[in-house]
Design a protein. Sequence first.
Length: 454
Amino acid sequence: MPRTAMIRVYAILACFLFLAPSGDAWGQGGPTLTDSTRTAPAAAPLGEIRPVQSPNQILPVVMDARIGEHPDRTRFVVEVSDPFRVRIFTLSNPDRVVIDMPEVLWRLNGPPRPSGRGLVKSYRYGLFRTGNSRFVIDLNSPASAAEPMILPPEDGHGYRIVVDLFPTDEAKFDRLAGWPSDLRAREAAEQIASASTSGAQMPSPGPTTMAAPRGGARRIIVVDAGHGGIDSGTTGVDGTMEKDLVLDEALRLRNVLQRRGYVVHLTRETDVYIPLRERVNIARGFDADLFVSLHADSNPDASVSGASVYTLSESGSDKEAAALARKENQSDVIAGVDLAGQSSPVASILIDLAQRDTMNRSGRFAETVVEDLSRATDILPREPHRSAAFVVLKAPDVPAVLIELGYLSNARDCAQVRMNDWRDGVASAISDAVDRDFGVAGPASAVAAKQAAE
């Protein structure tokens, strides 16, 4: 069949699927904010999203996003290759509008940013869960979202999903804000599943044959690649994205540790977002002996460089460490997670004797990591072992560290983290620290023993 004929057939089928009634759970039980004053052209309504059912399914493409600021509203337009259903809800503290949709391919080339003077302060987009992409719109002031519309292709544009935002008062916004009930239930089920090590984020098995453990019982290590999906983390001076760097490093670290006989699980293996508390639950669910979270830092001072290692402390070692924790703990806000009913990410938690012991073990491991990392990369000159109230370090029974691999705001750090030799060296250095922490006669222990004998 000629290509043009096939395109026409696919377009007809897409329209048929789009207009077909839906009875799946995505269309039930959630507050969709509407406004009867909208005056946009009549178009087919959208009410719910359909998760991608098959990994072989061709994903729709998001080609463009535009913002129109008008006296009575702000219009958010998303141009797509094929029509699909979306779902809109709002979240408070801070005020956000979330546009949920099926998993898509993102092909936006430098989409225009809002002026900041209208209702929209900023927005971001990406994969939230497997099968589920989203836009998260940060608001300057409370807004209600009209029912989404889809406009057919015309004047060289593809299908357009149109969302009008209207000013509203804070009381009405707070009354209607929150995750839809079915979405909240789904996320709760995801977290329960991850805690029992049988959820959707269950890591795939490692190699069928592994080296015999070199120090008694096999230890369980959970490696956490920070950020992911809709939350890209820090962007380097050369465009390197933190979420990509740390995922690649996590995969390399897993490979090295597995070869040394450890049981290793990742909190994520793909570019997908995992809520902070779910990362903690994954570590506890696997009954991990150690939790290692990988990140990359940034600083307004471009001369600051070097790796650093953080452990948990409610007070923080200094103001800079506390500021970093606040930034990293905003990950759930960035991704559009409902924080209603949860304590503040930096609020104090009860630290009993078991947790104090865990923190002491974390501190000892952090000192070992700093020492071994110094053989593979530059270390932050001043106080490379630091402490702050990171959410992902708050498991009371799992020793945990957060490793900042370097500063993506520094040109030299940014250049070296892109090198394969550097990444392999850092993975080996962290693995050496794990060996030493568990009393395994690894490479680092041999080097230390030789230095002591000289």
